[in-house]
Design a binder for this molecule. Structure first.
Ligand code: FMN
Length: 288
């Protein structure tokens, strides 16, 4: 099969998942093209047998950049099947509603979502998970992805269960798209900034410029956190959400990290359930 996966990833978690998914699909003899939505796009969707869409959950929705990308796609001549891959920082069932708007936009383009796969990955906002937790999340995702690929290729349909009133809740939470732009105007350069230009170059919406030696933040912020997360000097204040800032890439290869987990009680039950469900699936697969 020829498969195209279009994705957005603010800080790299979704990219990891998409790359792993793509390599598992390739191992099974498929040819896979992977495209970031913020880059020039000239693929002809009609040429692909299956489409994939990947994104990080933003306020229980797909990020605006992902929805805008789909709005610009041409309507296909014949209905094409698709799957969704998403990552989120917490394993709450409410995150399952994030695909509602995206799925309905895709439907308008004659793209039918038959499968949704979700992976918990470390937060890039709110608080920093420990490297030990990041290792566990990524290790789990790497073991689950081949099982999901198997399901997908076997033609099994798997949609994530949506909570009651999911549609209006997701609709309401899309205030984040407007809020991101508003908050983005309040991003500030801190004195630690060395004007390396990294944030200017990596911003997916080209929202950051350097004018007269100062960073300027425009009106197109989508709150993906890429600039502040990857800033080597931790020199960006993220407006009203600065207390929730997470700076610096995770080390996903540090299972023996001994940093004290300051947030071990946060959504404890949901994380335990997520890992237990995944471990059960892995054990069942190994027993086959
Ligand atoms: C603006 C914003 C909103 C977010 N909202 C949610 C959310 O509603 N639920 C959740 O579990 N995680 C949420 N997250 C966390 C991300 O979904 C998570 O860290 C994801 O793996 C980041 O992926 P990326 O590195 O590909 O951007 C949010 C992150 C950002 C930046």
């Amino acid at each position: 099969m020829k498969i195209l996966i279009c994705y957005f990833s603010g800080t790299g978690n979704t990219k990891r998942v998409v790359d792993k998914f793509a390599s598992c699909l390739e191992e099974k003899g498929n040819s896979v093209v992977v495209r970031r939505v913020e880059q020039p796009f000239n693929e002809n969707l009609e040429e692909f047998d299956l489409l994939g869409f990947g994104y990080p959950v933003h306020a229980f929705n797909a990020p605006k950049i992902m929805l805008d990308f789909v709005k610009k796609l041409p309507k296909l001549l014949k209905v094409k099947e698709a799957f969704i891959l998403n990552t989120s920082g917490e394993p709450l069932k409410l995150n399952n509603i994030s695909s509602i708007k995206l799925t309905s936009l895709l439907k308008k383009k004659s793209i039918a979502v038959n499968n949704e796969f979700h992976y918990v990955m470390p937060y890039n906002i709110i608080f920093r998970h420990t490297d030990k937790m990041a290792f566990r999340m990524w290790d789990t995702a790497q073991k689950i992805i081949p099982l999901d690929v198997k399901k997908l290729l076997n033609g099994e349909k798997t949609k994530l269960k949506k909570v009651f009133l999911g549609r209006p809740v997701a609709h309401l939470m899309r205030i984040e798209h407007w809020g991101g732009r508003f908050n983005g105007k309040h991003y500030k350069m801190l004195p630690e900034c060395v004007k390396c230009g990294c944030c200017v170059n990596i911003c997916p919406t080209k929202n950051i410029t350097i004018e007269n030696g100062e960073l300027k933040f425009g009106k197109k912020c989508i709150m993906c956190m890429r600039c502040s997360f990857l800033c080597q000097k931790n020199a960006i204040k993220i407006g009203f959400f600065n207390k929730w800032k997470v700076n610096g890439a995770y080390n996903f290869n540090n299972p023996n990290d001994t940093t004290e987990d300051m947030h071990k009680r946060y959504c404890k039950k949901a994380y335990e359930r997520y890992f237990a469900d995944c471990e059960k699936r892995i054990a069942e697969e190994n027993a086959l």
